[in-house]
Design a protein around this ligand. Structure first.
Ligand SMILES: *[C@@H]1O[C@H](CO)[C@@H](O)[C@H](O)[C@H]1NC(C)=O
Ligand SMILES: *[C@@H]1O[C@H](CO)[C@@H](O)[C@H](O)[C@H]1NC(C)=O
Ligand SMILES: *[C@@H]1O[C@H](CO)[C@@H](O)[C@H](O)[C@H]1NC(C)=O
Ligand SMILES: *[C@@H]1O[C@H](CO)[C@@H](O)[C@H](O)[C@H]1NC(C)=O
Ligand SMILES: *[C@@H]1O[C@H](CO)[C@@H](O)[C@H](O)[C@H]1NC(C)=O
Ligand SMILES: *[C@@H]1O[C@H](CO)[C@@H](O)[C@H](O)[C@H]1NC(C)=O
Length: 928
């Protein structure tokens, strides 16, 4: 069959990492499929990999699923069963001894037939499925045709929930559109989430093959687990960095392994191709259809892999072959990998740490190659409601944005889907660590044996598949289980709580932890994304991780935090933010830009309170299939009241321009709040809590709607992404203002691995840009030294003691310069950061018209912005639809007489360069 429309990314991914020499593999990918529903009123051409919505859209039976209210209008698709029927499969061997159908993924409840004969069923989107079809093909009448019937997942979920004797759970789970997602192993957000649509797509979403063998043929590689670790390494203990590397290679195959097979390995530098190791593997063992062996490499031979800005992303191509006794390769697989250790340190605080002023409790931070570091980043959600159209090209652009945003870690949120290898490949090359999770979220889950068996197969497959990626940082059991679900269950049903906790431990500890440890020596495991760590880990216990839960002592710190507060009146109250070792979720939602809204909504509907806008606002979620704007109105009110509390209220005469101005205003608040939190968490690296990570919620969008994202659908940066880029610089200066008490602390924070020295300039101006008398008695320059991954105060005072004639007409400009080194880098680098402090909220400031000017130099491709008549706050450059890219800096302040040159990086452009003429500039002055 021909290559499908959507197949490119997945085929490319397969090509990057998987190369088999099985002789008779027929790729079922391509356009030669037909899709029919159970009602019989729809039959369209289909493809593989694909999903029903994509094929119906391609056939013009439905419009763009993302348009308008199609999220609601297309629910009939999710309630139908759909059958994918292949064209007659050409090129099969007539006389094969053995034939298999291999599906790398089926979404989700599939019943498969070949030649009209039943082949088997599937019930887990995240597994690879193989079926022996030798007998069916041998007796096939006529040309072989495959039928894959996908049953309605929402219907199946209801049916499972209604089975007699079925377990019920405390009422914490029905927030979203389709119900009972926790009974099925399908992307949980397909049933709705508070940032996304509820399509419940179905279809053969990954590649599929017919694999045939004749006597003497080789083997077909189903999956490979490559595990690189320090000799003696144990998942929950810090690895000894002086030990040799063990490379453990394990291949799951189809076919018959002859007697006397061996394994061979080659490890080459992925850039130069020069080999660092080659030879037979030792200790070869065969268990079922898995063959495993290992080799040891001396510690100084491989160059280490490091995350972004901590060193180079050194990569190696590892080629593993299964050989017969005549040294003929029966199967060969190549994976690109790296040598590093990554460790989630949750161990007790030591005496030595206490002596350094670190508060007692437990650690909760990551260590790369034995070195602790500050994790900066965000949370990654499914980038599309339909995975088959997620291409490597799109993901490359997104990761360019991540790296440009100074982010070294993303949390790949459960649930979602386990990412395809090509996304990990991109992260490996760009140095972005991926905190990875099993796909369980915001629910309690059943623990009947068939469910546990299904999960076990899913976990083993994905741990093995992904383990070779150096970007893989950790495995977590699920999302918000210990911070949200268990406490809610406990308060809903105290008497039944011990049962629910025991079930939680059965699934997320007793089942999953040993599966991770069996398949990987290199990766740490925690049962839940946000938690207080463990008291003991002992594999001999029935529950091998003894969780700490709420068994805590006041003023001790143990874990990571998850924090949302939708009361805008305390958004900048530093006393409301959580103090803990790591912040893995925190956010506030905002509107996407007008340009992005216009991809999906008619101009007539682009009003804050229009039905379409409110129905696309899924915070608060609707709590079922009823169509009501009440939930969205709640989320809209939070955004608008936040703007009203702190900023001038948009009031443009033109309704569309006013809507656009509101969208920007909500983004300004979101960015300010996240900046305040990120700066707070980062400062904690130098405080008793020894805070070592902040990952805001959320990186990117799944569709065009108000959400917590910093990057819109299509790749346009919101204000937040620019502001986060700035506050995630290595060395930052920030004013911490306790506005209730008046205390102002100006602090430098650094995430470098050695101390740096520099100077901070403090300059008070009025809003026309004139210096305040005697700099309001503040020193104009302060020298500082800040320790490795630490923070230091450079100025402390109470605002009431600073002689400022008019607080509403004053701004403090903070300007930091320091020199030092990035980790593992000998070059001396100048680190600079600028920030400002307004002693009143922006809507109280006596703004003056800054009379901004904007010019563009086509030769240098730089824009120049200048404030001619006053201080410009929240200066915002905007570019037209049809182009995607990012300015070097945006949402900045400008003082008169200091023009700023700003390059723009183009990611895609359909205007042939004309976009540059349509760039506009405005500032907070223009918001009212
Ligand atoms: C097909 O039938 C379903 C169920 O009756 C209906 O909801 C849907 O609109 C129909 N689709 C088309 C394209 O006729
Ligand atoms: C849909 O599929 C399910 C599961 O295979 C089956 O029980 C049901 O009868 C099917 N419905 C229709 C209308 O074909
Ligand atoms: C290593 O593998 C990568 C990705 O599979 C490939 O692009 C590169 O050319 C390989 N390097 C060598 C030296 O073969
Ligand atoms: C860590 O501290 C806890 C008390 O919080 C204690 O029960 C546990 O034994 C300690 N673990 C180790 C490995 O020392
Ligand atoms: C707290 O930890 C102690 C010591 O491990 C244990 O005996 C106790 O059951 C725990 N309590 C709770 C509420 O988990
Ligand atoms: C939107 O609706 C809310 C609640 O009904 C109201 O308070 C607000 O003023 C409305 N906003 C606009 C722009 O009409």
């Amino acid at each position: 069959m021909r290559t499908s429309r959507f197949g490119k990314a997945l085929l490319l991914a397969a090509g990057l990492t998987l190369c088999t020499i099985a002789q008779h593999v027929t790729d079922l990918g391509g356009n030669g499929w037909t899709v029919t529903n159970s009602e019989g009123n729809v039959t369209v051409p289909g493809s593989l990999p694909s999903q029903v919505h994509l094929d119906l859209f391609a056939a013009n039976v439905i419009g763009d699923p993302y348009y308008g209210l199609n999220d609601i209008n297309l629910r009939w698709i999710a309630w139908s069963n759909w059958t994918y029927t292949s064209e007659p499969i050409a090129g099969l061997l007539d006389s094969a001894a053995d034939s298999w159908l291999v599906f790398d993924g089926l979404d989700t409840f599939a019943t498969i037939e070949l030649c009209g004969q039943p082949v088997g069923t599937a019930n887990n989107q995240f597994r690879q499925w193989t079926y022996d079809v030798s007998g069916i093909l041998k007796s096939c009448q006529g040309e072989p045709v495959i039928n894959i019937n996908f049953a309605s997942a929402p219907t199946i979920a209801i049916n499972i929930a209604n089975e007699s004797g079925q377990e019920t759970f405390p009422s914490v789970q029905s927030y979203f559109e389709f119900d009972y997602h926790y009974f099925i192993r399908k992307e949980q957000s397909d049933f709705g989430w508070d940032w996304g649509p509820a399509f419940s797509p179905a279809g053969p979403w990954k590649p599929a093959y017919v694999v045939q063998f004749q006597p003497g043929d080789g083997l077909y590689v189903l999956n490979t687990a490559l595990d690189i670790f320090r000799q003696g390494q144990i998942n929950w203990l810090p690895p000894d960095q002086s030990k040799p590397w063990v490379v453990n290679a394990s291949i799951d195959f189809l076919g018959t392994l002859p007697e006397g097979a061996s394994m061979h390995i080659d490890i080459d530098d992925s850039g130069t191709g020069s080999s660092i190791a080659s030879g037979l593997l030792d200790d070869v063992t065969i268990l079922g259809n898995t063959i495993t062996g290992n080799t040891v490499i001396q510690p100084n031979i491989p160059k280490l892999w490091w995350p972004l800005d901590m060193g180079n992303q050194n990569l190696y191509n590892v080629t593993v072959s299964i050989m017969d006794k005549n040294n003929k390769a029966l199967a060969t697989v190549t994976k690109r990998t790296g040598f590093r250790t990554i460790f989630l340190n949750q161990r007790n605080i030591t005496e030595e740490q206490l002596a350094q002023g670190i508060a007692p409790g437990a650690n909760w931070h990551f260590e790369i190659n034995g070195h602790e570091f500050y994790a900066k980043g965000s949370n990654f959600i499914p980038p599309d409601a339909f995975w088959p159209r997620v291409t490597a090209e799109r993901m490359n652009s997104l990761f360019e944005t991540v790296v440009a945003g100074n982010q070294n870690m993303l949390r790949v949120w459960a649930s979602g889907a386990y990412l395809p290898d090509f996304i990990y490949d991109i992260a490996d090359a760009r140095g972005v660590l991926l905190w990875s999770e099993f796909e369980f979220s915001d629910a309690l889950y059943p623990v009947d044996q068939p469910f546990l068996d299904n999960v076990a197969a899913e976990v083993s497959y994905n741990v093995r598949r992904l383990n070779h990626h150096p970007s893989l940082a950790v495995w977590a059991g699920g999302n918000e289980m210990e911070s949200l679900e268990l406490p809610e269950a406990q308060s809903d049903d105290p008497s039944a709580y011990p049962k629910y906790q025991a079930e939680y431990e059965k699934l997320f500890i007793s089942l999953i932890a040993p599966l991770v440890w069996e398949n990987s020596h290199s990766i740490s495991y925690m049962p839940s994304s946000t938690q207080n760590g463990y008291i003991t880990i002992d594999p001999s216990l029935a529950v091998p991780i003894v969780e700490r839960y709420q068994n805590v002592t006041a003023h001790h710190y143990y874990g990571d935090s998850d924090y949302y507060n939708y009361d805008p009146s305390v958004a900048f109250d530093l006393n409301t933010y959580p103090v803990d070792r790591f912040a893995n979720e925190f956010g506030f939602h905002s509107m996407p830009s007008l340009q992005t809204w216009q991809q999906a909504v008619d101009n007539d509907d682009l009003q804050l309170n229009s039905t379409v806008v409110l129905l696309r606002t899924h915070h608060n979620p609707p709590g079922g299939l009823g169509v009501s704007t009440a939930g969205g109105q709640g989320g809209m009110d939070q955004m608008t009241s936040a703007v009203q509390t702190y900023y001038p209220i948009p009031s443009r005469a033109d309704p569309l321009a006013n809507f656009s101005s509101w969208c920007l205003a909500t983004q300004r608040f979101q960015a300010d709040m996240m900046k305040s939190e990120i700066a707070f968490y980062r400062r904690g690296s130098g405080m008793a809590e020894r805070q070592l990570g902040s990952l805001y919620w959320q990186l990117e969008d799944i569709w065009q709607a108000p959400t917590w994202s910093s990057v819109e659908t299509g790749g346009r940066w919101k204000v937040l992404h620019y502001v986060a880029t700035d506050i995630y610089k290595h060395v930052i200066i920030h004013p911490y203002w306790d506005y209730n008490e008046g205390d102002l602390n100006i602090t430098v924070t650094s995430d470098l691995w050695e101390s740096v020295s520099g100077t901070v300039k403090l300059t008070w101006l009025d809003l026309k840009g004139k210096p305040l008398h005697k700099n309001a008695n503040m020193p104009s320059k302060v020298d500082f030294t800040v320790g490795a991954i630490n923070s230091t105060n450079v100025y402390t005072n109470n605002i009431n003691n600073i002689p400022i004639p008019d607080l509403r007409d004053a701004i403090l400009i903070l300007s930091m310069e320091a020199s030092g080194h990035l980790p593992n880098n000998d070059n001396e680098i100048q680190f600079t950061h600028e920030n400002y402090f307004l002693p009143v909220w922006p809507n109280q400031a006596k703004l003056v018209n800054p009379e901004l000017s904007l010019s563009y130099d086509a030769k240098t491709t730089e824009f120049t912005v200048e404030a001619k008549a006053g201080v410009a706050l929240y200066t915002w450059l905007d570019y037209p639809a049809g182009t995607v890219g990012y300015f070097d800096t945006n949402s900045f302040f400008l003082v008169p007489g200091k023009p700023k040159k700003i390059p723009f990086s183009v990611q895609t452009d359909t205007s042939n360069g004309a976009w540059a003429k349509a760039v506009t500039v405005e500032s907070l002055w223009n918001q009212s």
